[in-house]
Design a protein around this ligand. Structure first.
Ligand code: NAD
Length: 485
């Protein structure tokens, strides 16, 4: 494609759209075509300096606005996202390779909702007051932190970026955001929206570039008071290390290797459909995907047959085709990583029940990065395939004997993000939910979200919680005031 026809993305800082200080750009690919289609700023510490300085200048007046005024800005942004939903969904689908139908019903509506939800939440936010025995009154102030960093991944680009930006702004902070360099397009469109709406300069800044350069410069900046990060556990550890000497506040949402647990007494149809969706939605590229499917032995053969049959029926194809269930994977490197895990599974004696190879898609998507939905059995819970986060359309099936064995195996991982349970025995469901080492447990459902609930993982999946008041508390400093009466 000629440079003139490439989609050009710019940084948004101090209310203006600008190229990076280096003048250098990174290539941006459309995964469904495996083709170059855009240029992303390759920003460095100079761009971050400019954005952080703008955010610092904007902070006194933004934080002084009433909660109602800030909420009104958030609502305007949410409305603008909604009014451009079709265009944004197309951008998201093109940039990630995900089905347009999914971006249209999930990514974009949720991005608008994130702004509206926190617009409401900030006007309802309250704090504590303690009347003490010694004739004194304590009250707790929650004040904005200043400039905060929001760093997001490629799998749900606008959805996860706005999930951070909205509470940070609502609480009165100014934001420097660094979206994934693999999927910058929807964040760029958000920049255009904020500029058109006339959001005061510096309140929100979106700077593009690699994690190693732009992301690291943002985390290291001395004026950045807190970092809200979603991405891999490895990057989370790097960020924690970089932020530790300055004791920056950290919220880390990281990887998962989630158990999807099926008992014989489940509603069979619901469990099969739910497990299929939990394994393969967004090509299995959701941190909450149930990639280890544990099935009670008595049900195992029947469940396996049904799940394999449905996985084979999923249509892998052009993301713009409304009949497509599975789009492309985000990059060729990611596709190769998935291939290498399936190779490893085969070498270890794992049986590939379906998929296990690239999917051929014709027409304009001939060169795209597609992989067939893949189910593997025959590997124990300790095997690397059942330990590492693959983050693609690959799930394993593991039969279990009883509750005790199941809980032991489900918890035998360094991750602890989400778990799914399919059973009609409600006593057992509650018992197991209490024993599972996961921040989120779904019983007879998956991805049913209420934005007020605490969201996040334990162990190597996360530090802190997002969502509802938890997010507003994260993006604020707590101050107790004690008054002798
Ligand atoms: P990643 O860690 O490679 O990148 C995430 C973001 O961090 C990107 O913007 C990247 O540029 C930036 N980054 C990378 N190195 C950095 C550094 N040293 N300093 C600052 N920023 C840096 O993750 P990814 O591949 O984009 O996303 C996939 C991962 O995200 C998976 O592990 C998935 O489980 C996880 N994820 C978690 C959640 C959750 O809520 N727990 C949600 C979605 C995705």
């Amino acid at each position: 494609m000629s440079p003139a026809r490439l989609e050009s993305i710019l940084n948004y800082a101090d209310g203006r759209l600008t190229p990076p200080a280096s003048g250098r750009f990174l290539d941006n690919f459309a995964p469904a075509r495996g083709a170059l289609y855009g240029r992303v700023p390759d920003s460095d510490e100079r761009d971050m300096e400019r954005a952080v300085a703008a955010a610092s200048r904007a902070f006194p007046s933004w934080s002084a606005k009433s909660a109602t005024e800030r909420a009104s800005w958030l609502r305007k942004i949410g409305d603008a996202i909604e009014s451009r939903a079709a265009e944004l969904a197309r951008a998201e689908s093109q940039d990630t390779g995900k089905p347009l139908s999914l971006a249209s019903v999930a990514d974009i509506p949720r991005s608008a909702l994130n702004f509206r939800f926190f617009a409401d939440a900030i006007t309802q936010f309250s704090s504590e007051c303690h009347s003490t025995d010694q004739n004194a009154l304590n009250y707790t102030l929650r004040q904005p932190l200043g400039v905060v960093a929001c760093i997001s991944p490629w799998n749900l680009p606008l959805y996860l970026l706005t999930w951070k930006i909205a509470p940070a702004l609502a609480m009165g902070n100014c934001v420097v955001a660094k979206p994934s360099e693999l999927t910058p397009l929807s964040a760029h469109r958000l920049s255009l929206i904020c500029r058109e709406l006339g959001l005061p300069a510096g309140v929100l800044n979106i700077v593009h570039g690699t994690g190693r350069k732009a992301g690291a410069a943002l985390v290291a900046h001395p004026k950045v008071a807190a970092v809200s990060f979603t991405g891999s556990t490895k990057t989370g550890a790097d960020i924690a290390k970089a932020a530790a000497p300055a004791f920056k506040k950290l919220s880390l949402e990281m990887g998962g290797k989630n158990p999807n647990i099926v008992f014989s007494d489940c509603d069979f149809e619901e469990a099969v459909e739910g497990s299929l969706k939990a394994a393969f939605l967004n090509q299995g590229q959701i941190c909450l995907c149930g990639s280890r499917i544990f099935v009670e032995k008595a049900l195992y053969p029947r469940f396996k047959r049904a799940l394999v049959e449905r996985a084979k029926a999923l249509k892998v194809g052009d993301p713009e085709d409304p009949d497509t269930d599975q789009g492309a994977l985000v990059s060729e490197t990611h596709l190769e990583k998935i291939e290498s895990y399936v190779r490893l599974a085969r070498q270890a004696g794992g049986r590939v029940l379906c998929g296990g190879r690239r999917a051929a898609v014709n027409g304009r998507c001939r060169g795209g990065w597609f992989y067939e939905p893949t189910l593997i059995e025959g590997l124990g819970p300790e095997h690397q395939i059942n330990q590492d986060e693959i983050f693609g359309p690959v799930a394993t099936l593991i039969p279990f004997r009883d509750e005790a064995e199941l809980v032991d195996w489900a918890n035998r991982t360094r991750y602890g993000l989400a778990a799914v349970l399919w059973t009609k025995d409600i006593g057992r469901a509650h018992r197991i939910a209490a024993k599972l080492q996961s921040g989120i447990i779904w019983i007879n459902c998956w991805m049913l979200r209420d934005l007020r609930t605490p969201f996040g993982g334990m162990k190597e999946s996360g530090l802190g919680r997002e969502g509802g008041l938890e997010a507003l508390r994260f993006f604020s400093e707590t101050k107790n005031v004690c008054v002798k009466l």
